[in-house]
Design a protein around this ligand. Structure first.
Ligand code: RB5
Length: 153
């Protein structure tokens, strides 16, 4: 895939099986995985797992995060509550590539009810292998960071 990274992964019950498969693929690819669960079908709340994974990224215990729920939407909403997190919800290789290249996404959200295993693996590969382009996107990412401050004034 790419140079060896430490990647935090998490899921709710809707995404646990896919998360487990992606974690295995990451390990096979030579990456370190911090797996914060959940691991099975028992019902849990996606914000809890999004929070744990994002905290690991923010504390720089992991370089990237992967979050999986049924649609990926709840996980992405939760992750993007953190000003330090840019979470991209990807449904295909193109959205995965562009959220790295243009948004410098540090967390990937996936919907296990939306994409199958093969597509999810391709998404993961594109996310990990695509560099951030920088340039004109720097200004836009700086503006993302200033949105929270502006809302408070
Ligand atoms: C859980 O039923 C489901 O709501 C969750 O996995 C996710 O799709 C939320 O966005």
């Amino acid at each position: 895939m790419t140079r060896s990274l430490t990647i935090a992964v998490g899921a709710d019950h809707g995404g646990a099986e896919l998360k487990n498969r992606l974690a295995a693929a990451l390990l096979e690819g030579g990456h370190q995985v911090l797996d914060f669960g959940t691991d099975g079908p028992a019902s849990v709340d996606y914000p809890d797992f999004a929070g744990t994974v994002c905290h690991a990224v923010i504390r720089q215990e992991a370089e990237l995060g992967i979050l999986v729920c049924g649609t990926g939407i709840g996980m992405s909403i939760a992750a993007n509550r953190f000003p330090e997190i840019r979470c991209g919800l990807a449904h295909d290789v193109t959205t995965a590539r562009l959220t790295r290249a243009h948004n410098d996404a540090n967390v990937l959200a996936l919907g296990a009810r939306i994409v199958g295993l093969e597509v999810a693996l391709d998404i993961l590969g594109a996310f990990l292998s695509t560099p951030y382009e920088g340039g004109r996107h720097d200004r836009r990412i700086e503006k993302l960071s200033s949105l929270t401050a502006k809302a408070e004034t």
